[in-house]
Design a protein around this ligand. Structure first.
Ligand SMILES: CC(C)(COP(=O)(O)OP(=O)(O)OC[C@H]1O[C@@H](n2cnc3c(N)ncnc32)[C@H](O)[C@@H]1OP(=O)(O)O)[C@@H](O)C(=O)NCCC(=O)NCCS
Length: 227
């Protein structure tokens, strides 16, 4: 048992240089070597896209996260629900549990709804995102927000419940960015165009150079690896 555990730790460190020894995931979770996963992170049924970062103590369940996204410290994503229309919300009546199982009955209820977080999304510190929510590409979730509704691409939302504060860019630029989908570029294309990533206040003219007609390369599949 102990040997198994230590081997797993060793493998984690060897293959996943940016993954903390003390992070945990189940066999339904997948990510490649190009992700950062911090101390104490727990992942269940999660897919993390390349170059995305999950900072320490966050938990993510039944969620797909795109590429180049960042999840702040201590965030909770894909939170489950209990039924509201039964006599009791207590799972002792419908789910195998640690206290009493003879009362458990089958009910038609989905505790965890799939959650989707796009590409280049920044989730601030201590954010909660309820299960079943979709966060559009390029969105920002302000620190300590509770997200209860879908968030459009490139919106900045904040508060409890989270509301739209503003957009990162004007709608024309957002439209172009969603066409370009730079997060699907190859590494060499990113390198060739690296200057645009540090240019302030990008304009439509800056984006004109990219060929929108060109077919966008299909995203590489996630590498399934679990211990
Ligand atoms: C969302 C955020 C990016 C906005 O930054 P900004 O553009 O500089 O925004 P401003 O400070 O000008 O605030 C704009 C409005 O949003 C509100 N706001 C800012 N942060 C907020 C928050 N966390 N929750 C609710 N409202 C917030 C402001 O009160 C302001 O409201 P007003 O227009 O009614 O006065 C920033 O506030 C934030 O939360 N960043 C995340 C920080 C973090 O978690 N860091 C950890 C590192 S991963």
């Amino acid at each position: 048992m102990l040997i198994n555990y230590l081997t797993t730790l060793f493998q984690k460190k060897r293959y996943y240089k940016a993954v903390s020894f003390f992070s945990f995931w189940d066999k339904y979770t997948s990510f490649s070597k190009s992700v950062y996963i911090g101390f104490g992170v727990r992942l269940g049924n999660a897919k993390i896209g390349n170059y995305s970062r999950v900072r320490q103590l966050s938990t993510i369940y039944y969620t797909e996260i795109g590429k180049f996204s960042g999840i702040g410290v201590n965030s909770r994503i894909g939170i489950g629900q209990h039924p509201l229309n039964l006599l009791s919300t207590n799972l002792i009546f419908y789910k195998k549990n640690q206290i009493k199982n003879s009362w458990v009955r089958n009910i038609d209820f989905q505790e965890y709804k799939p959650t989707k977080i796009g590409n280049d999304v920044w989730v601030g510190e201590s954010v909660m995102i309820l299960g079943g929510i979709k966060i559009g590409d390029g969105a920002v979730i302000a620190a300590r927000s509770v997200v209860t509704k879908d968030v459009p691409p490139y919106a900045i939302v904040g508060g409890v419940p989270a509301k739209i504060i503003k957009y990162r860019f004007d709608q024309e630029i957002i439209k172009r960015l969603l066409e370009i989908q730079w997060w699907n570029w190859s590494e060499s294309k990113i390198e060739k165009n690296i200057e645009i990533f540090t240019k302030e206040n990008i304009s439509l003219k800056d984006l004109e150079v990219f060929n929108f007609k060109k077919k966008i390369p299909k995203a590489k599949p996630f590498i399934q690896k679990s211990y």
